[in-house]
Each structure stands twice: as structure tokens, then as C-alpha cells.
Ligand binder design. Sequence first.
Ligand code: AMP
Length: 121
Amino acid sequence: MSYDPQNIFAKILRGEIPCDRVFENEHALAFNDIRPQAPVHVLIIPKGDYESSSDFAAKASPEEIAGFMRAVHAVAEKAGVLDSGYRLIANAGEDGRQEVQHFHIHLIGGRRLGAMLPPSR
Ligand code: AMP
């Protein structure tokens, strides 16, 4: 599969649709999820065209990877969950039920989270 520049996060990056921005650096943008699953639910996306975590790991430069991971940390710090804890989730592919085909990490926290995986459905 090749990267689809019409995916919704690509449109957010181009400023074609708005987002509730939380943090930004040279290599990453973070914004609140439109359907939050917890008091803190932020999506962190790289600025480059990467469709999945594997695509990002294989093709991104060391600077992009470092900038992205520093953005994840900055979001946790800004959201005030460094001490209370949080969860990072990166869905990929069919089984992982990735809906938006631009790599992203969900940072979720602000309450005691449930089991890592819900019962199978
Ligand atoms: P995933 O299943 O990991 O691909 O998750 C995609 C996430 O993107 C979901 O949690 C959606 O609620 C979220 N989402 C979709 N469109 C938007 C948007 N325009 N702004 C913010 N979050 C969005």
C-alpha cells in the first residue's frame, strides 16, 4: 500500500482542516483526539508521509524519529501525566484496526485505565 495524501491527518498537516493543537516541533504535531477515550487523549503524528509505525521505523531519519519521540514526551509532560502514568497505543493494519493511514500514537491518560485489551469482538 502506498501513502494516501488525502488521509485526514495529511489534511490537518496541510492546514486544510482544523485540529485542537497541543504541541508541535520540527518533526511532529500533536492534537486532541476528536473522540476522546479518557480525560487525556492526544494523537502525535510525524510531519512526514508515513502510513504506519513500521513505515516510519524503516524510512524516517534519526532526526525525525528523535523529534517524534521527544514530542510524545512533551505531550505527556504538558498533559501532566508523567507521574500519574499513561498509555501509548499505535494501531497498525487490519488486525490492529488502524483507521487513519498516517502513522500516529495515541497518548491516553488522566484516569485509571482498564485492561490493556478489551474482550475480543
Ligand atoms: P486509529 O484507529 O488508531 O487509526 O485511530 C484514529 C483516531 O483518529 C481515532 O481515535 C479518531 O477518533 C481520530 N480522529 C479521526 N479524525 C480526527 C480529527 N479530524 N481530529 C482528531 N482526531 C481524529
